[in-house]
Write a protein that binds this ligand. Structure first.
Ligand code: KG4
Ligand code: ZN
Length: 330
């Protein structure tokens, strides 16, 4: 049995997890930094990096204890090497390097996006390559043709804001709380999605990309007009995002035959209305719809350990000179 220790520290979650090469999750531990960042309404890189330093080692020990394992019994160390906030990425990667060196284990430097991209296969082992992945997180909004570990084609990306960023900025504008995505979703549940006329940037156009900046400005004007309730703006905003995501995703489904499934991953995939709309889209195209459970959608270390497992199985290991990369496209 091959056991992989995964470490994640690229944003505001510190996490350690142990999974097997067969996809069994032996332990997963996570520390959120929400409280530390709440006063600022967003993640403060310096605060995040310091918090990772404090949290990571105890989380690794706790995960090993949960799984009743010692470091010697771990076969592979996988750590996020980017993209993300460089201070945090360095904490996890350097910790991973130190463990790999001390215990004489192979190191796999994982692209955080690959962690999200492969996480659906941890959740559903029957999911086969290639699949169409909508990756929607705080920093990204992409459509990827996932062909295998290390083998991706980016079909579309955002030309301005990421979808999660749009949720976070809307939450700040509406004053509904932090973190933004879940707060907007909650407010939206009590509102009317047709109440506020908002744009659907790039919908129906021939180019494949996403855009959310214009939507954000329109939300700001709606909020400032004083004509609408917070709940109605939240619901209308969420519906506009859904319409953009569905239109762009459908375009790629129509253009690419042979995909085994429509898959969604990343923090925004925790949104129930977005999941429901994607599920309906997949059904219209006679495709299975795969979405990881909510805890696997937002940042965690099990997905990093799993990406490490897939890369290791494909012979993709790294040496101890591998750099931390704040920007690192898949
Ligand atoms: O993947 P993730 O945990 O971290 C990144 O790698 O970015 O994604 C975080 C993003 C945040 O922008 C957050 O507001 C958004 O995912 N998010 C949501 C929901 N839960 C988290 N967006 C919409 N609805 C949600 N329920
Ligand atoms: Zn993420």
């Amino acid at each position: 049995m091959t056991i992989i220790l995964g470490l994640e520290s690229s944003c505001d979650e510190t996490a350690a997890a142990l999974v097997t090469a067969e996809g069994k999750i032996l332990a997963h531990r996570l520390a959120m930094q929400e409280e530390a960042h709440r006063p600022y309404g967003g993640v403060v890189p310096e605060i995040a990096a310091r918090a990772h330093v404090e949290a990571l080692s105890p989380l690794i020990e706790a995960a090993l204890e949960d799984a009743n394992l010692t470091l010697d019994q771990v076969d592979v160390i996988a750590a996020t090497a980017g993209p993300g906030l460089i201070g945090g990425v360095m904490v996890g990667l350097v910790t991973g390097k130190a463990l790999a060196h001390a215990a004489n284990k192979p190191l796999v430097a994982v692209n955080h996006l690959e962690g999200h991209a492969l996480s659906p296969r941890l959740a559903d082992p029957s999911l086969q390559f290639p699949y169409l992945l909508l990756l929607v997180s705080g920093g990204h909004c992409q459509l990827l043709h996932v062909r295998g570990p290390g083998n991706y084609a980016r079909l579309a990306t955002t030309i301005d804001d990421a979808s999660g960023e749009a949720f976070d900025k809307t939450a700040k504008l509406l004053g509904v709380g932090y973190p933004g995505g879940p707060a907007v979703e909650q407010a939206a549940a009590k509102g009317n999605a047709k109440a506020v006329p908002l744009p659907r940037p790039l919908v129906g156009t021939a180019e494949p990309h996403f855009s959310f900046a214009g939507l954000k400005s329109a939300v700001m004007r709606a909020a400032q007009s004083g004509k609408y309730s917070t709940e109605d703006i939240a619901a209308s905003f969420q519906q506009a995002v859904i319409d953009c995501l569905i239109d762009r995703t459908e375009r790629q489904l129509a253009a690419h035959q042979g995909m085994t499934a429509l898959v969604v991953a990343g923090g925004v995939a925790a949104n129930q209305s977005i999941r429901a709309a994607l599920q309906a889209l997949a059904a219209r195209h006679d495709l299975p719809f795969v979405a990881p459970p909510l805890w696997l959608c937002t940042d965690n270390a099990a997905m990093i350990a799993w990406a490490g497992a897939e890369r290791y199985a494909a012979g993709l290991i790294d040496d101890l000179t591998v750099p931390a990369r704040p920007r690192w496209p898949l």
